[in-house]
Design a protein around this ligand. Structure first.
Ligand SMILES: [Zn+2]
Ligand SMILES: [Zn+2]
Length: 162
C-alpha cells in the first residue's frame, strides 16, 4: 500500500468537505493547515441554522448566490470563532479562490494557496497574491489516493495500521 502524501491528504480532505456543500451552484471545500496539522475546514454553505440552497433554491443577485458563505471564508471564520491563529498557515481549496476570498486569505496571513482546479481565476486575485508574497500552487487530486477499499476490509472493518 502506497503512503499518501501530505498534499494529497489535505486536498482529499477539502474534496470530502466539498461534499457537505449546500449550494448546488458550486461545491467547494477548504482546509486550513499549519505545521502539517489541520486547524480548520469549511465548505460552501449558509450561515449556521440558515435555510439551505438545496432546500429553497439559490438566492441569486447579479449572478451570485448571496445566501452562501464560501468555503475559504467559512474555514477562516472558524479560526476566528475559536481563536486559532492563521498567520503563516496554508490553505487547500478545491477551486481557485474568488476575489473576495483571495483578499481574506491574504489578510489572514495565509502563506500558500494550494488549489485543485482553476475556476474563473481572477487576474487581480493573482496580482494581489503575488504582491503579498502568497504562493499559489495547483495540486490536482489523484483519484487513486482516496481508494478507501485499500484500508477497509470487505466486512467494513478498518485494518490495524502496521
Ligand atoms: Zn446557493
Ligand atoms: Zn470565494
Amino acid at each position: 500500500m502506497e503512503r499518501i502524501s501530505w498534499d494529497q491528504y489535505f486536498m482529499a480532505q477539502s474534496h470530502l468537505l466539498a461534499l457537505r456543500s449546500t449550494c448546488t451552484r458550486l461545491m467547494v471545500g477548504a482546509t486550513v493547515v499549519r505545521d502539517k496539522r489541520i486547524i480548520a475546514g469549511g465548505y460552501n454553505g449558509s450561515i449556521a441554522g440558515g435555510e439551505h440552497c438545496t432546500d429553497n433554491g439559490c438566492y441569486v443577485i447579479d449572478h451570485h448566490c448571496v445566501r452562501t458563505i464560501h468555503a475559504e471564508m467559512n474555514a477562516l471564520l472558524q479560526c476566528a470563532k475559536f481563536g486559532v491563529p492563521t498567520e503563516g498557515a496554508d490553505i487547500y481549496v478545491t477551486h481557485f479562490p474568488c476575489l473576495q476570498c483571495s483578499k481574506a486569505i491574504i489578510q489572514a496571513g495565509i502563506k500558500t494557496v494550494y488549489y485543485a482546479s482553476d475556476y474563473k481565476n481572477h487576474p487581480y486575485a493573482a496580482e494581489l497574491f503575488e504582491k503579498a508574497n502568497v504562493k499559489t500552487e495547483k495540486v490536482e487530486l489523484e483519484q487513486t489516493t482516496i481508494d478507501f477499499t485499500q484500508i477497509i476490509s470487505p466486512a467494513g472493518i478498518v485494518q490495524e495500521s502496521k
